[in-house]
Structure formats: C-alpha cells, structure tokens
Design a protein around this ligand. Structure first.
Ligand code: ARG
Length: 292
C-alpha cells in the first residue's frame, strides 16, 4: 500500500510546478548523444508531450551534428573545422539542410506523434533570419570565412506563437535564411537562446551530454545544483568550466539578461531527466539563475 501512496507523492511534488509553468514558454535544446538513440528520442519527446499536456508551451530546437557528419562521410564530402566551427560549403549546407529536415526533424515529429502529441516542423528557414558570421584567425587576427555559417538576427515570434496557441509543439531545425535567400547553418545552442529571448521564454533547457555544471571536471557526481550568473563567471575565470560548455553558458547568460527566469543544463542521456528537472524540487542537473 505504501508504494501506491508514494506514487501519489510524486504527483503532488509536481503540482506547484504545473501551476507555476502553466501557459509559460519553455525552449528546449535537444542535442548530444541522446539524439543518437531511438529509445531516448522517444522517451524525451514523450516527456515534452507530457509538459505540453499539463499546460506548458514547449518549443524544441534540435541539433543533428552526428547525423550530418555521418552523411557527409557517406558522400565523401570532407569536413573542415575552423576554431571548432564547421566550415560549411555549398554542398555541405545542402546536406545539412536535407539531414536536419528529413532525418532528424522527421524522427522527432514522429516521436511526438507516437506519444499522442501534435508536433510541427517549423523550419528555421521560414521563421529565422540569418546574417553571415566569420571567425578570427587565432595567430594573425585575420577574418576567416566559414561559408554558410550564420547568426540569428530575427525570429518570427508570431509564427511560432500561432502554433503554440493551437496546442502544436514546434520542432525547429537550426537553419536560417539571409536577405538574399541563402541558407545558413546556425549553432543549435545559440539558435535556442535567440528563440528563447525573442519569445520571452520562462525557461531555457539544454539537454546535453553532461550531468550539469561540475565543481570538479573529473567527477560526474560533483554537479552544482543551483548557480548564479556571477558564480558562473567566477568559475570560468578560474578555468573550472571547460571550453565545450562555453556556448551554452554564454547563451544562458544572454537569455537570463533578456528576462528568462531560469536556464537548466541537464543530462539528456539519463532517462526522463527533463521530468526530474522540471517537476521535482531538487531537479537533476544545474539551474542557472540571475540571483539567489
Ligand atoms: N523544478 C523546479 C524548476 O524547474 C526546480 C528545479 C531545481 N533544479 C536544480 N537543478 N536545482 O524550477
């Protein structure tokens, strides 16, 4: 009997969060190795359908790095990275466009459907405006071309909100178009951040391959549960936060400054990490807040 009663406690613990986050926009960046695993994709999308069903307005922005790399390899298109960014030539952007829409996005939409929800691919090509970016050579400081790699300069929030108002779950691949109609590849962390800012999302959640921000890089158990922006800056200065985390942290700070209430970094490899973070008091990953 106690076991059954304990089950009710789980639901009761969720109640204040269901109440607080009702009708609030939550942008979820889905990336990392959780996306390589069909079962994890299904479970994650089911959690997101659950969030939607209890009144939140989730918006999914997804990556697709590994699937893209695999396709490029199949097609014998070499991949060059400059300062950690993929040089995106005309052939590459075509592949990125195809794989993101027709493979990765399609799988996510199907998983939403299997979970009883209604998802819709809102292509970044329709809803996001891009501007080309370059990077600086670390030695000479010279601008280096990255091909079709862009930043987001505008988000069609009305279009996204229309879907949300119809209880449709938007699933957005991180591509965008410039004024001349060229397609650009956008870093998915940055895309999620810009979308969260534009939509004035209450929350921004990064599902990735780390348990959260770690106090000790070599100890996966040393997750920092709650951290403020100032404390994060201090950890960066002291080199405690590693380079790979940088785009997420920068995006987190930007979103918080623009009015997002909390940014969460959680481990997408753990089943139901999203449910555990959103619907329990202690969560499972790191929450970044402006002030304590
Ligand atoms: N469920 C609550 C929220 O989403 C609390 C999360 C706490 N998470 C944490 N990593 N300390 O706001």
């Amino acid at each position: 009997m106690q076991k059954e009663i304990d089950k009710a406690a789980v639901l009761i613990e969720a109640l204040p969060y269901i109440q607080k986050f009702r009708n609030e926009i939550v942008v979820i960046k889905f990336g990392g190795s959780a996306m390589e695993d069909k079962e994890l994709i299904k479970k994650t999308m089911r959690d997101i359908v659950f969030m939607e069903c209890v009144g939140m307005k989730p918006v999914v922005v997804h990556g697709g790095g590994k699937a893209i790399s695999a396709r490029l390899k199949e097609l014998d298109i070499p991949t060059n990275f400059i300062n950690g960014l993929r040089y995106t030539c005309e052939k590459t952007i075509e592949v990125v466009d195809d794989v993101l829409h027709n493979v990765v996005n399609a799988d996510l939409i199907n998983a939403v459907k299997d979970a009883g929800g209604t998802g819709k691919s809102l292509s970044g090509k329709k809803f996001l405006k891009a501007e080309k970016v370059t990077t600086k050579c670390l030695e000479t400081g010279k601008e280096l071309d990255l091909g079709f790699v862009g930043n987001i300069i505008d988000v069609d929030t009305e279009g996204i909100k229309q879907a949300l108002n119809k209880d449709i779950l938007p699933v957005i691949p991180p591509l965008a178009i410039d004024n001349e109609g060229n397609t650009y590849n956008i870093n998915a962390d940055i895309a999620a951040c810009q979308i969260a800012k534009a939509l004035k999302a209450r929350k921004l959640v990064f599902l990735s391959d780390v348990p959260g921000i770690l106090r000790d890089q070599n100890d996966e158990e040393s997750v920092i549960s709650t951290i403020t922006v100032d404390e994060v800056d201090d950890l960066i200065k002291r080199n405690i936060i590693s380079g790979g985390m940088a785009p997420k942290i920068k995006s987190a700070e930007e979103a918080l400054l623009a009015g997002t209430n909390k940014v969460h970094i959680i481990d997408g490899r753990i089943k139901h990490s999203l449910m555990l973070e959103i619907f329990t008091d202690r969560g499972i990953g790191t929450e970044i807040v402006k002030k304590r």
